[in-house]
Design a protein around this ligand. Structure first.
Ligand code: SF4
Length: 309
């Protein structure tokens, strides 16, 4: 199999991590690279395992997203739409399977393909308080119920499949010579030719971060599908809040500022490299930036020198 090449690319989450703590950024994008190979060093393998740990809230969010994707794909194939209870049952099965993987440490063999939960990894490895796991299940169930009942989803189901543009597929686009990764949750064209981009949210609304995320999706739609600015409409759908749709105006100045941010931020990342052409980085060039909140939730706390002093 052809060896993967580690490229310097950009994404909203990469930029946020670079801002928050450069050492965590180094571990994620350089230290863990190649940790899937049979001949990876123990240090690389360890970082690769840590990189793939998910906190419970993120795990719940990805479970909901994968079920939404599968449900919409299945509807496109068969026209079948599930009852809420059936979807919740699928979620229960996936949660039970993921829990078994985490407790059974199956991630030791398959770090990226088996669930590894932050709260268990840095806890006793076997149990969490019943209130925590019950609240997690309720959160997932509520999100799925809102999704099934959501008026936004009903609008999607009434459209011909040919008007669907994408359903949660990871892709890239170029912005000023920088390769940008993004995965739009869902996009469709309505009868008036407007391209609606939706972001399913399983947490509370943060207008600042969502504005930036959606602006990045708008750039993707303009670059990949040639959608003009005045034909774009951006929305967050809040599944913990009954599927409430929150609209985000498409402001040209915001898109320009996100394009500028992609350039500035990727230049700052490049400036840290020992060999920018080959994308070679050295750990010592990426300082730890300890903060109570950041370190408490950081997957790399086990190996981070800032915490072992
Ligand atoms: S534990 Fe704190 S200082 Fe260390 S990598 Fe994580 S966020 Fe950075």
């Amino acid at each position: 199999m052809k060896k993967l090449v580690n490229e310097l690319t950009w994404s909203v989450s990469r930029a946020q991590l670079f801002q928050a703590c450069q050492r965590a950024y180094y571990y994620t994008y350089y230290g863990a690279w190649g940790g899937w190979e049979d001949d990876a060093s123990p240090e690389t393998r360890k970082l690769y395992i840590l990189k793939n740990i998910k906190p419970l809230a993120m795990w719940a969010g990805s479970l909901v997203h994968s079920l939404i994707k599968d449900t919409l794909d299945e509807f496109a194939r068969s026209g079948q739409w599930p009852e809420t209870a059936a979807l919740q049952e699928q979620a229960r099965n996936r949660m039970n399977a993921g829990w078994k993987e985490a407790v059974g440490r199956e991630w030791e063999q398959y770090p990226s393909r088996r669930t590894n939960l932050f709260e268990l990894y840095y806890g006793n490895g076997r149990t969490l308080p019943a209130e925590t796991t019950n609240a997690l299940r309720e959160r997932v169930f509520t999100c799925l119920e809102s999704f099934v009942m959501s008026p936004t989803v009903r609008e999607i189901l009434a459209l011909p499949y040919s008007s669907w543009k994408t359903n949660d597929v990871l892709d890239t686009f170029m912005s000023n010579d920088v390769k940008v990764w993004c995965a739009l949750d869902f996009a469709y064209i309505d009868a008036d030719g407007i391209c609606h981009i939706l972001d399913w949210k399983t947490g509370v609304e943060n207008r600042i971060t969502l504005r930036q995320q959606l602006a990045c999706y708008a750039l993707y739609a303009m670059s990949k599908w040639n959608v003009p600015l005045d034909k774009l409409s951006l929305h967050g759908v809040f599944l913990l809040d009954g599927g409430r749709k929150s609209d985000y105006p498409v402001q040209p100045e915001l898109l320009v500022s996100v394009q500028d941010q992609i350039v500035t931020s990727s230049q700052a990342m490049r400036a840290k490299l020992r060999d920018p052409e080959k994308n070679v980085a050295e750990e010592e060039d990426f300082p730890c930036a300890p903060s109570e909140y950041g370190c408490e939730q950081c997957s790399f706390r086990e190996v981070c020198p800032a915490l072992s002093r």
